[in-house]
Design a binder for this molecule. Sequence first.
Ligand code: PRX
Length: 668
Amino acid sequence: MAQIPATSSIESVSTEKRVFAPPKAFSKTAQVKSLAEYRKLYKESITAPEKFWAKQAKQELVWSRPWKKVLEWKEPVAKWFVGGQLNVSENCLDRHLGTARANKAALIWEGEPAAEDRPGERRVLTYKQLHHEVCRFGNVLKQAGATKGDRVLIYLPMVPEAAIAMLACARIGAVHSVVFGGFSAQSVADRIFDSQAKLVITADGGFRRGAVVPLKQNVDAALELKNAQGELLTKSIEKVVVLRRAGNEINFQAGRDLWWHEEIAKASANCPAVPMDSEAPLFILYTSGSTGKPKGILHTTGGYLLYAKLTARYVFDLREEDVYWCTADIGWVTGHSYVVYGPLANGATSLMYEGAPNFPEADRFWSIVERYGVTTLYTAPTAIRAFMKWGVEWPKKHDLSSLRLLGSVGEPINPEAWIWYYETIGGKRCPIVDTWWQTETGGIMISPLPGAIPTKPGSASLPFFGIVPEVVDDAGRPVPRNSGGKLVVRKPWPGMLRGLWGDPKRYQQVYWTEVAGSYFTGDGCRQDKDGYFWIVGRIDDVLNVAGHRIGTAEVESALVSHQKVAEAAVVGRPDDLKGQALVAFVTLKSGVKVDPGLQDELRQHVAKEIGPVAKPDDIRFAEALPKTRSGKIMRRLLKQIASGAEIKGDTTTLEDLNVLAKLAAPDE
Ligand code: PRX
């Protein structure tokens, strides 16, 4: 485990002193109106957590059977609302139908233009229409053989059908596993193998900056992949449902493949929501860890939905008339909790956008904000830094006065980007919520409540109701204020992961052994004198590149699987735009010469093995990797080399890193 830096590189004392009081106009109508009110509610939530959560669960969710026990906690296994039954799709859709929300927009969708000179498609689905589509697709899934408990892999672009597919799974009790469209055939196959999915839902292709991403072709390739013993990885797959989206030619395998539009045309709209056990699996979402293949994070029904709903309402101060836009892809947890489940459970209008922020031009986001009157924008620091770089002329072209709240997620936001977001996009009138959380936590854990909690640029501020985070040392003792430590969570919460799919040992080992009795987040952190949390970033071998979580071990094994590579070590270096960039140090098999095309060949190889998101930014070739006497790669030294020295223009020379290793401490 790497050493914990005492202070974050993203803040300085001067910014810490800069405190932004919640705008008065905002506080007047906010859900929580003052810091004192927040403190009172927070105190209640942690002194009598079961009472607090029981009250919320009763108020917020529709249950088909009441629970017998609020919490059963046998570390590390939590069960919330034990014995209760409910259905997530019923809570997101049916419950709004008898109300004035029935004809309100549930999803507003803006598509990516198929070419620079064509407008993107636009669609609006009211709660009634969305319910209709979800019911019909639920019947398609049943017809294709999916029943309660079966796993369904979703590999779609950001189109309304992605949300429809998720909600249809929830409706019939199937467990979805969404795979981001930027992942490769190999990644799809690995996830099918691990989850033993029965169905795949995909599209012919998706649009990205005028090009077509060949999703169906990737699925076809995935379905051919074998393990080292020559067995198919994807034997569990029975059917592939294909959405017509990009219109590109595909290979259609009769008997196995089904067209979405053909099947749904035949399907009835009568699909009763299956009452599910509160602890029944809702979804599996794979995410990178510090070792091995991605882990299947498991979230269940009652606790997850309650937590997603409550955090969405309080953190985004959701109001009936809001046009709420979370720009995350549905392939990540942010898309699950804050594009689909959180907003819909609240009866909000959730905007979904298919494509890139700079296609056809760099004002794409701002034209969408203006056209739909977006009130709440939730995006990532990487995007904000890119907007800064592209220049103020792009947002200035548009009327952004509809915005009333801004959010940030996925990585630390540097104060400079925070201030730019606040001034240029928010016109100094919109509070910013910097939300810290993880795939594992199911929902937002540390964030300002707008209108109540004063903000400091670069700090996620204070914990949400019921959350007890702490910064501790290696022995698990709380560290004094202003010292660095490991961020842990002391008490279970309803949105927490329930385990790793099929691997209870790894679950225990990754999250519950580092600091005894606490959930270990993998993040380094510091609390300032006011109790504000300042996240430093990952302290394990996981990198955060442009808000995407990437395990160095995964990229290393992808590199080593290339026939020319002997050994690889991957580290992060700071990057102005992406937060962190991936640097790979590679040694080649004997006799292999470095040629100018090799870097690109290896980058493409990683894209094929994992996906374009994991392509190293730099690849440096070395004679040998610096190692300690016990044979461990000296990562700290590599990190220094990666972030310090300029990359040599001549990529055909091998670096002798062992010389440097001798200068460093012999044992890390
Ligand atoms: O290091 C933290 C960083 O992102 C990690 C979680 O990544 P993932 O599971 O992909 O979920 C991302 C979206 C919730 C965390 O361990 N992170 C997330 N939000 C913040 C953050 N770091 C600093 N500030 C944040 N607001």
